[in-house]
Write a protein that binds this ligand. Structure first.
Ligand code: CO8
Length: 259
């Protein structure tokens, strides 16, 4: 599938740029967006020429204003349960290579949840994050209550979920939700520049670093540290470790094979 209609996919050197493309609905996430994203992320993950991905929203107003309320409105419990509605997002979170969310404007509900699935978030100074599902009579359903709490702690996450209030970019950075805030006009340029930096790293080490940081969310400390050490040991079997250390000693840039 390359004839996407709800998203745009471009490659820029070793970086894949994916843009949510429903600006008329503030990039609300419907089943089509999800199907296309699952495909695009899997294609990125299996393409040996691609080493980082940036996900952003089209238009200046929104990254994504949530799951598509109009699509969900008439659904009943059995519809949701039988379809295991939106469980497909788990596939996006299984992407092994690095990816960044470049949040331009509203990241609400499912939009905030998708941004939090990324390895990290770069936000424009106009970005607004929130989990307003309570106002619709529901809760976050794509991991928001868990990832937001892990990112910013119980007190702030609880306040956000119970009041549905939005958090601006500056507060999001201060709270640890966002890695960096940049002026809106420079968001894409900065996100792509960061992605290029990552894409220029030894690819095996990039995947290993990602796996390790994510392990901190899944494993007790002692087990996580052991996992880190074993993966560190394992990289000494790679060509890129030999090349990286030789390049340092010889004062030259490394030339990576990904082996
Ligand atoms: N779904 C569908 N359409 C939307 C959505 C949405 N989430 N958000 C905005 N739109 C549409 C509007 O309906 C409008 O369309 P139209 O012109 O046809 O009426 C268009 O986008 C522009 O929106 P507004 O006119 O409302 O723009 P404003 O600038 O006035 O307001 C806001 C912007 C504040 C972002 C406002 O649009 C808003 O509050 N949106 C809804 C935010 C929200 O509640 N998000 C949470 C949705 S629920 C969710 O994400 C749950 C995820 C978990 C599901 C997993 C299930 C297992």
């Amino acid at each position: 599938m390359t004839d996407y209609s709800a998203i745009l996919v471009e490659t820029k050197g070793a970086v894949t740029l994916v843009t949510l493309n429903r600006p008329e609905a503030l990039n609300a996430l419907n089943s089509k967006v999800l199907d296309e994203l699952i495909h695009a992320f899997a294609a990125y993950d299996s393409d040996p020429s691609q080493h980082c991905l940036v996900l952003t929203g089209s238009g200046e107003k929104a990254f994504a204003a949530g799951a598509d309320i109009k699509e969900m409105q008439s659904q009943g419990f059995s519809d949701m349960y039988n379809a295991n509605f939106f469980a497909g997002w788990e596939q996006v979170t299984r992407t092994r290579k690095p990816w960044i969310a470049a949040v331009n404007g509203f990241a609400l509900g499912g939009g905030c949840e998708v941004a939090m699935m990324a390895d990290f978030i770069i936000a424009s100074d106009t970005a607004k994050f929130g989990q307003p599902e309570i106002k619709l009579g529901v809760t976050p359903g794509m991991g928001g209550s868990q990832r937001l709490t892990l990112a910013i702690g119980k007190s702030k996450a609880m306040e956000m979920c119970l009041t549905g209030r939005m958090m601006g970019a500056e507060e999001a950075e201060r709270s640890g939700l966002v890695a960096r805030v940049v002026p809106a006009a420079q968001l894409l340029e900065e996100a792509l520049k960061t992605a290029e930096t990552i894409a220029a790293m030894p690819p095996l080490a990039a995947v290993a670093n990602k796996e390790m940081v994510n392990a901190a969310f899944e494993m007790p400390l002692a087990q996580g540290i052991n996992f880190e050490r074993r993966l560190f040991h394992g990289l000494f079997g790679s060509e890129d470790q030999k090349e990286g250390m030789a390049a340092f000693v010889e004062k030259r840039p490394g030339n990576w094979t990904g082996q």
